[in-house]
Design a protein around this ligand. Sequence first.
Ligand code: IDP
Ligand code: MG
Length: 150
Amino acid sequence: MERTLFLVKPDGLQRGLVGEIISRLEGRGLKLVAMKLMRMEEDQARRHYGEHVDRPFFPGLVEFITSGPLVAMVWEADNAVEIVRGTIGGTDPVSSAPGTIRGDLGVNIGRNLVHGSDSTESAQREISLFFSPQEILDYSRSVDPWITEP
Ligand code: IDP
Ligand code: MG
């Protein structure tokens, strides 16, 4: 089963949108398998966003993502990466589609509320930056056959 790392960034937490954002993923039927309230350290932030190290927005991004508490999660489903990215919407809320998290709740690319892994390879790397294997729970739900055809 595919897993993806999902973050409600510090702006989402400060704005009181954690519940609303989680509801959108719960509502789609994805399974929550890990979650923690935490504050990222600078070193962790630099590794998480390592692909962007040379971009002009990198210092501001690291400062923002470490500026306050965030909520980190792992969600599981067949095609979890693509499903979560679709529910998040495009990177810049100015043009994110209405109906997506960023398209409904944000207006600025530097405050775009959430993160979702962009590939299964990124997901594996990112999940291991946030969670130990013991923190990721394996369980079944009786509703599963009503969400995914067995
Ligand atoms: P993604 O979050 O949709 O995968 P990426 O291109 O991987 O988007 O960028 C990572 C994060 O860096 C974005 O979510 C956003 O917070 C920030 N970011 C990207 N481009 C800009 C920019 O031009 N200005 C400010 N922040 C940016
Ligand atoms: Mg990205």
